[in-house]
Design a protein around this ligand. Sequence first.
Ligand SMILES: Cc1ncc(COP(=O)(O)O)c(C=O)c1O
Length: 395
Amino acid sequence: MARFDPIFQTALDHMADTHTRRVLRPVRHAGAATVIRDGRELVNFSSNDYLGLSHHPALRARAAQWLQQDGTGAGASRLVTGTTARHMQVEARLAAFKGCEAAMILASGWQANASVLAALLRLAAEQGAPPLVFTDRLNHASLHQGCMAAGVRQIRFRHNDLGHLDSLLERHAGNDARAMRVIVTESVFSMDGDRTDIAQLGALARRHGAFTYVDEAHATGVLGPQGRGLCAGHDIDLVMGTFSKALGGFGAYVAGSRALCDWLANACSGFVFTTAPPPAVLGAMDAALELAPTLDEARARLARNADHIRSVIHGCGLSSGPSTTQVIPIMIGEAAHALSFATRLETHGVLATAIRPPTVPPNGSRIRLALSAAHTDGMIDRLAHAITLATRRHA
Ligand SMILES: Cc1ncc(COP(=O)(O)O)c(C=O)c1O
């Protein structure tokens, strides 16, 4: 035992006592929608690969081609010798996809939020007064990290309650006029699968002179015209998203004005002080951006399947929370019950992970279902059947 292990072990024991200890359980991906775990094939309903692009031949081919041509690593950060014509090509494609003047790619969504938001809020503080930062209570951990890194106190509004946001903005209207107002939220919430009304958010922000920062991690590729996200066509100042979910690869992006992106390239530590994304990752990004606008049929099927699964959940007397997207929680409550529900689903060949605190609020444990266009009708039937059987044993 190493010298400091008792500290770690005590923390782990506490997690085990409260049913919140996580363990890594390896799987082998046997396609976009199935995994092999402990020798058993399971249908994967916990992956964010919403369009099944992680196994698409076009992404594989371009990733392989760019890797063969340019090697495995970029070798330096973007501002040194890491920027290639491929980076510029992907960023131009991205800006066009998002309907923005400019875009920049970053290593991961977590890194983007943690460092872009931190840089923005520090700049805001330099305007003469500490910024007023309004955040949704259920924002992703990486958005909290960005606020914490900037040392700002968040003014939290009730989840997805724009009326409450409006009243908080109103209440703080008399504060120092130099204080920049920044609203930080998600267009689709990762654990509840509900959507922000982006048109209303944009109008409200304009009325209060606030800057809008919207995380589109779960909307990119899936929602909005041709999968361009829910912010497409709306007046949002900074849109962030990832390539790691519906776009089937890895990495993240920020889209907005040219000045914003040029400034971030100078001021965002998560961009400046990290190695540029490598060729294979760029190849997958490039192919995904080309493909995504053509996938309306897949998006329509995904939406239909999501409606069907919500009706199955409701038919079992369970709640799917406020979900209106491909992310569907089965609300359970206690962590131990969520774990045993997930185990029962697994006995019926369905992999659907239990999500427990601190990822969700206390007593908010749930099964988080993530549907994919790669799920066949047979897989969706299997999920419906498994939920019904697991509910009977749960009751
Ligand atoms: C809302 C949200 N933002 C950001 C991230 C982080 O993205 P990435 O997985 O690319 O680091 C996630 C992923 O879990 C997320 O759900």
